[in-house]
Design a protein around this ligand. Sequence first.
Ligand SMILES: *[C@@H]1O[C@H](CO)[C@@H](O)[C@H](O)[C@H]1NC(C)=O
Length: 497
Amino acid sequence: MEYRNYYLSFLVALCLSCPYTCLLAQNPPYKAVNLGNWLVAEGWMEQPSLFDGIVNKDLLDGTQVQLLSTKFQTYLAAENGGGADIVANRPSASGWETFRLWRVNETFFNFRVFNKQFVGISNQGGNKIVAVSNSPSNQETFQIIRNTNDPFKIRIRASNGLFLQVQSETSVTADYQGTSWEESDPSVFRMTIVRTLQGEYQLTNGLGPVKATQVLRDHWSSYITEQDFIFMSQNGLNAVRIPVGWWIAQNPTPKPFVEGSLAALDNAFTWAQNHGMKVIVDLHAVEGSQNGNDHSGTRDGFLEWGDSYIPQTVSVIDFLAERYGNRPSLGGIELMNEPQGVDIDSLKKYYKAGYDAVRKYNQNAYVIMSNPLGVEDSKILLSFVSGFNNVVLDVHYYNLYTDNFNNMNVQQNIDYINNERASDLSGVSSTNALSFVGEWTAEWKVESASKQDYQRYGQAQLDVYSRASFGWAYWSYKCQYNHWSLKWMIENGYIKL
Ligand SMILES: *[C@@H]1O[C@H](CO)[C@@H](O)[C@H](O)[C@H]1NC(C)=O
């Protein structure tokens, strides 16, 4: 038999013995999509919302409130931002007048101040209200009682069973026994919500352990299924980027998080393999929070990740690398999503240790490092990664979130992709670092854009981001807002791959 024929019949035999897709070994550059809001919840993306079943669902962990004394018409404030008394002498509210809730249960809360102390009853006597404790105990736990007809009119009951009252602008105490809702009552406050968070912590702690387990298991098994991998592979996608949280690596799962996202990720690897796709595992939420955003797993929006969190964050990577490092459908492991405001030296120290953890299990698997957000110099990691092998630098491109996009028209947005983005992207790769546009979307600030506008903008991004040597990943696969959903964009002819 001629060699060529022998080779052909070998190929035919191989094709008969396994589905054709397994022959299509996928290598970078990837055309990928993020499976956002699957294993790390993001409340803004879904309607009806998983959060709907929560009692007092506007008072989740991390909700920032300001409290106006209706009698004095002044705001409560943590003097000096914390470490001293709570006073009530501010005519307007900003940072020191803002309190972050920690939710104990449906009606009980802790209040965390600007400098991170918790509001509580003083140990010095007199039932004085102060903000001195660094961790909340019973004395720092309060019940919020909402007026039935006007839920932003509240009274606050302290752990001694008595209500907070404003005695004077410099004296707030927990010793009031009245029950009126009159504006002149010193225990009545008008609560304003100035920021909310809707991430995995808020969802699980808001639902409570029993409901959270049920709601999340249903979500994980229905939001993404093997059908979606069939759809993705049939429409030209060859990889998924899957955000996961640090709790995925721990058994038992630390409260309030719920056990089960690991099994869902296992399924994704199987489905990817069945349909010729790759999985990029993205550690999206790290313990301590690397950016304070909803999707970082934060409780209250404070960024606390730093040197002291490196060991446990590396152990999450170690766990993921051990479990998936040699799976044929592994596309890469991303060490941390979107660090923003973390110390750059801590980040490098962590990236080095995370890289080494992956290399313990696989010499060649791609290790993906996010460029820090909010840093002028997008080449900031280029020389750092020069000593590594098979490293990918991840940049996220949204024509959103900063004011310069507010007034751009369609063509200006497209020009921005063709010029600024193209130039930035070409700068973040080198001989040993691949580039990856790990998040982008066809949504923008242009109002009432036509279908054709979206098509042109989407195509411009595809053209430019296809130059990334590791590829790109759209945000996201599903979303209640159509232009954020690649599934919807494909089904409706806005994007074709
Ligand atoms: C809520 O927490 C408070 C304070 O720990 C406790 O006294 C109360 O019994 C709890 N309520 C419920 C319904 O669990």
